[in-house]
Design a protein around this ligand. Structure first.
Ligand code: COS
Length: 384
């Protein structure tokens, strides 16, 4: 089980203040304008929050995954796009943490840890979303480098990132065992950012296409060996899904808190609507499900941190559960606010739009159920 230490609580309180003072006042505007907020990125960097995924020797905080999810949760209570800055930094850099050499970590981590550079994770393609074993981006060895050709889509931090961990196939006949993972730096000839998406939610976080046209990447940028990449991607997602779950959790708590406060102020039939049992029961269910999600998210983060054999299953379970809770809770928050909830005057409609992506990205919830079921049933395979 997990236990929050004094350090976790101090970190949570510090980020709560920052979220309230620096992030909340900008959240509606950056959503409306679909604008990447450099001022908020600077504020997170000044608070050392980009250092959360990195060990101390590279300028990181050297803290655990539970610290990272606590921070993502607090930021997501007021702005899911801002929370994704930290989640995305983890996702984009975990492949280097998992498979990088000491030299590679020294080369890329310090600037990522300080927030001077941002990272992005490039796995998804038009024809390979849930099924990355069948990606078509190619990497062909040529002397001391690889030449990349292909296209990636729906990439968080496209354009704003400096470091992209890119997955490509070196031997299509080998499927998931024929892939390699590379770090491609911004500005590498043959690498460009294509179409940017206009999205329903997390609108202040840029999502876009990456294009590789005879993009030459030195062999020093290969992470692990040829053939390792699919497992690197799976291990990365195991580490990163608790952060998506924490984003969902924060959205759910933010919406619950807002709806509860609103219900005490909104008067109908001569009394605050919070005095109606119908509203009380909705609020009680929202609070209960959100609290249950928190237990699962914190436990999953702890198991992933320990490298527990159940880590992959818990990582999928917490993302699945917390995101479904976030969708349900935010929909009910809009319902409690009624017509006002449907307008941009109040944050709950944004929270409902932001919640939706947490059921989809880093593996749809259908994929999470598949991961959970496989982990459950593999036990019996071993016995047979
Ligand atoms: N950790 C380490 N290795 C893993 C792993 C994990 N969590 N999950 C699978 N592997 C390994 C398997 O052990 C297998 O190894 P061998 O080749 O040595 O046998 C290999 O990876 C292939 O595994 P599997 O056969 O299970 O692969 P599938 O193609 O059936 O895919 C799923 C498995 C569906 C789980 C995977 O494709 C997936 O996670 N899809 C969703 C991807 C996703 O999240 N996309 C969102 C984009 S990222 S924002």
């Amino acid at each position: 089980m997990y236990e929050l230490t004094q350090e976790h609580i101090m970190l949570r309180n510090m980020v709560r203040d920052l979220a309230q003072n620096k992030v909340a006042p900008r959240a509606a505007e950056i959503d409306e304008k679909a604008e990447w907020p450099w001022d908020i990125a600077d504020a997170l960097a000044s608070a050392d929050l980009f250092g959360l995924p990195f060990p101390e020797q590279y300028g990181g905080t050297g803290t655990d995954l539970l610290s990272l999810v606590i921070v993502v949760e607090e930021l997501a209570k007021v702005c899911a796009s801002t929370a994704l800055m930290i989640g995305g930094q983890g996702l984009g850099s975990f492949p280097i943490a998992i498979a990088g050499t000491e030299e590679q970590k020294q080369r890329w981590f310090p600037k990522l840890a300080s927030g001077q550079h941002l990272a992005a994770f490039a796995l998804t393609e038009p024809g390979a979303g849930s099924d990355p074993a069948h990606m078509s981006t190619r990497a062909v060895r040529d002397g001391d480098s690889y030449v990349l050709n292909g296209q990636k889509i729906f990439i968080t931090h496209a354009g704003v990132a400096h470091i992209y961990t890119v997955f490509a196939t070196v031997d299509p006949a080998k499927g998931s065992r024929g892939q390699a993972c590379f770090v491609v730096e911004k500005g590498t000839p043959g690498f460009s950012v294509g179409k940017m998406e206009s999205k329903m939610g997390i609108r202040a976080s840029p999502t876009g296409e990456l294009i590789f046209e005879d993009c030459r990447v030195p062999i020093e940028n290969l992470l692990g060996k040829e053939g390792d990449a699919f497992k690197i991607a799976m291990q990365t997602l195991d580490k990163s899904r608790p952060a998506v779950a924490a984003q969902a959790l924060g959205i759910a708590q933010g919406a619950t808190d807002f709806a509860a406060r609103y219900a005490t102020e909104r008067v109908q039939f001569g009394q605050p609507i919070a005095q109606f049992q119908g509203i009380q029961f909705m609020l009680a269910d929202m609070e209960t499900k959100t609290a249950a999600a928190r237990e699962l998210v914190y436990k999953a983060a702890t198991l992933v941190q320990k490298g527990d054999r159940e880590a992959s299953k818990y990582s999928a379970m917490c993302k699945l559960f917390a995101s479904d809770v976030a969708m349900e809770v935010t929909t009910n928050a809009v319902q409690i606010l009624g017509g006002y909830g449907y307008t941009k005057e109040y944050p709950v409609e944004r929270m409902m739009r932001d919640a939706k992506i947490t059921q989809i990205y880093e593996g749809t919830n259908q994929i999470q159920r598949l991961v959970v079921a496989r982990a459950m049933l593999s036990r019996f395979d071993r016995l047979s």
